[in-house]
Design a protein around this ligand. Structure first.
Ligand code: ADP
Length: 619
């Protein structure tokens, strides 16, 4: 239980670093401290309200949850008090002190890489409390835990350490006292505080009262408070929507699109969700969660309902409020809940239709959307679900024909004569694709090839296979026969005829010498300029897929590749004419090494390669 003695504890090094960063932030950004502290206070109230659903006497006689802000120029303090869940001693240590929360180092990292102006994203990293040190040289957190009334005061000047001491507090909840720094005294003005509260926290669903302690006037309720999503759309102004978006998402851009609707039918719910304009910084974090808050008749239930929206729409913030869910539902019961499943389906369909609308009617917005969220949306194709039909038409690809990003529909329109497959080349390095020999015959014959440059492309394509009866065909895998497709068809046939026995001798030598490394040596259909090329077997893993899996340390069978040679290339012709004069083993190894280099692979024996090459130069 609580001890009486005052304890001094050290911040973890990462936390001190963060505090230092925050204390030296730009003046223009400092006002966000209030938004962060109000948001924490509101969370504390929501947590208490939720817990009180099952623990009836938790609220006691203080049923109205609220946030009080007090300011005094004389004392140079601002207080932010809530009568929410409160914190025990251990909570204070865990949440505000010793343990660097997972977001701490990520935030420091991001701040290092980004412009200074981004400190306002602090809330996205779960370390918003520390923003109080932008304006304070000392912060006291007095908290009475709602469950067992344990009361403590946490205090720190935000440098290396903090203290915790047993204390007294009449009412449940947390009161944060900011001792305002000299150069931040602008915030001691109650008018200024009122402006900041209405700017950022107008739609916090608990009343926020403001009182000037130096003034006899009564305290005054500042915020609008009522849940925006329940209001009539006609009454809501764009600024209201925007502020609510900023409030719930911790994104500080304009919403790219606002979707507010009322679903009535088997299940009724109201939803207000947004497409962000910018990419949130946590989009690809491993521990990312979705950004949907679930309410039941205005009561916040959870923001951790994994099943409410697919993971590939995790960047969409918003609120879902349904009266079809019981208020007493536990968070565990939300898993595999049939009502949640239906809401998820409805919400997903709605969002996909809205994206489709952008794609058709608001091209510039769609472009922004696609550039930021396209790769995430593609995860929806990797996953088995009912939405492939709607996602596929949204995809946009760079390609070998023009500089625009094209859809699959557009691809079909520019397909070459007699083309029956959708050709793609997958590699996260666009320049590698553009310079690859694999593209040669396709460029010659003006057959379009889609460039798949997102890492996730390798994965969804295995799962989807087809678009409108046309199969996706990797041009880096197996045999690609385009002899009857596109332009210059006749020309190619003529070339085929000219292959003579010397080339066949060369092929046989390569097959024998390289049998350990290569599954086959064949005459290439796809090379027109380069002499040689490695491709994966039709049944084997795509070359790039294999590289990707290796990068992620996944075990892959070391599949043997096929070596393709271009019988019309001067090097191949020259070699085949001189087979009696050259060392077969050395020649074969050199060819294999060259093919590997072309493929972007690391040579297993670079010294051997150089020795062989040098020998040729010396001769
Ligand atoms: P975040 O709120 O994003 O998790 P913060 O650094 O702002 O990150 O707060 C850390 C944690 O401290 C919160 O998650 C919460 O558990 C606790 N906390 C902060 N303020 C309060 C408060 N007023 N009442 C109760 N708990 C609080």
């Amino acid at each position: 239980m609580a001890q009486n003695s005052k304890e001094k504890l050290s911040f973890q090094a990462e936390v001190s670093k963060l505090l230092d960063l925050v204390a030296n932030s730009l003046y223009s950004e400092r006002e966000i401290f209030l938004r962060e502290l109000i948001s924490n206070a509101a969370d504390a109230c929501e947590k208490l309200r939720y817990q009180s659903l099952s623990k009836k006497n938790l609220l006691k006689d203080e049923k109205d949850l609220k946030i009080n802000i007090r300011v005094s120029k004389k004392k140079k303090i601002i207080e932010i008090e809530d009568n929410g869940i409160g914190m025990s001693k251990q909570d204070l240590i865990d949440n505000l002190g010793t343990i660097a929360r997972s977001g701490t180092s990520k935030f420091i990292e991001t701040m290092k890489n980004k412009k200074e102006g981004d400190i306002s994203a602090i809330g996205q990293f779960g370390v918003g409390f520390y923003s109080s040190y932008m304006v304070s040289d000392k912060v006291d957190v007095l908290s009475k835990d709602a469950e067992n009334n344990e009361t403590n005061i946490w205090s720190s000047n935000g440098k290396e350490s903090y203290s915790i001491e047993n204390a007294k507090k009449e009412k449940r909840g947390t009161c944060i006292t900011l001792n305002i720094k000299k150069d931040a005294d602008e915030f001691l003005d109650s008018f200024r505080l009122r402006t900041i509260i209405t700017k950022y926290s107008n739609y916090i669903p608990f009343p926020i009262y403001l009182k000037d302690l130096d003034d006899k006037e009564k305290e005054e309720k500042i915020n609008e408070g009522s849940p925006l999503w329940l209001k009539d759309k006609k009454e809501i102004k764009d600024e209201d929507y925007k502020q609510f978006y900023n409030n719930i998402s911790f994104n500080f851009d304009e919403p790219l699109r606002t979707i507010h609707y009322n679903a009535e039918g088997v299940i009724s719910y109201k939803a207000l969700v947004y497409f962000p304009t910018n990419q949130p910084m946590d989009l690809f974090n491993a521990d990312r969660k979705n950004k949907i808050k679930l309410y039941v008749q205005k009561v916040f239930i959870t923001d951790e309902c994994e099943d409410i929206i697919p993971n590939w729409l995790r960047f969409i913030p918003g609120v879902v409020d349904s009266q079809d869910i019981s208020l007493n539902i536990s968070r565990e019961m939300l898993q595999n809940n049939p009502i949640i499943t239906k809401i998820k389906k409805g919400l997903t369909n709605k969002i996909l239709s809205e994206i489709e609308y952008l794609a058709k009617k608001e091209k510039p917005k769609f472009e922004t959307f696609w550039n930021n969220f396209g790769p995430v949306l593609k995860e929806g194709l990797y996953e088995h679900n009912d939405h492939h039909e709607k996602i596929l038409p949204l995809l946009r690809f760079e390609n070998s024909i023009n500089d625009n990003k094209i859809s699959l529909e557009e691809y079909i329109k520019i397909m070459a004569k007699d083309q029956k497959e959708i050709y793609y080349f997958s590699n996260t390095d666009k320049n590698h694709i553009k310079n690859s020999p694999q593209l040669e015959v396709f460029s010659d014959k003006k057959i379009p090839v889609l460039f798949m440059i997102d890492a996730v492309d390798e994965f969804w394509i295995q799962n989807v296979n087809k678009f409108k009866d046309l199969e996706f065909k990797s041009i880096t895998k197996g045999k690609v026969d385009v002899s009857k497709v596109g332009e210059n068809t006749k020309d190619n046939k003529d070339k085929d005829k000219k292959i003579d026995s010397k080339i066949n001798d060369l092929i046989n030598i390569l097959k024998t010498e390289l049998k350990e490394n290569i599954s086959n040596v064949i005459i290439s259909d796809r090379l027109t300029k380069s002499p040689i090329l490695l491709v994966a077997e039709e049944t084997g893993m795509d070359i790039n897929m294999e590289k990707l899996m290796k990068m992620h340390n996944q075990k892959t069978p070391d599949s043997k590749k096929i070596l393709e040679i271009n019988p019309n290339h001067p090097m191949i012709i020259n070699l085949s004419n001189n087979l009696t004069k050259i060392d077969h083993k050395k020649m074969s190894n050199l060819i294999l090494d060259q093919a590997n280099i072309l493929d972007g692979n690391i040579l297993s024996n670079p010294t051997g390669y150089l020795e062989n090459l040098t020998e040729i130069f010396i001769k």
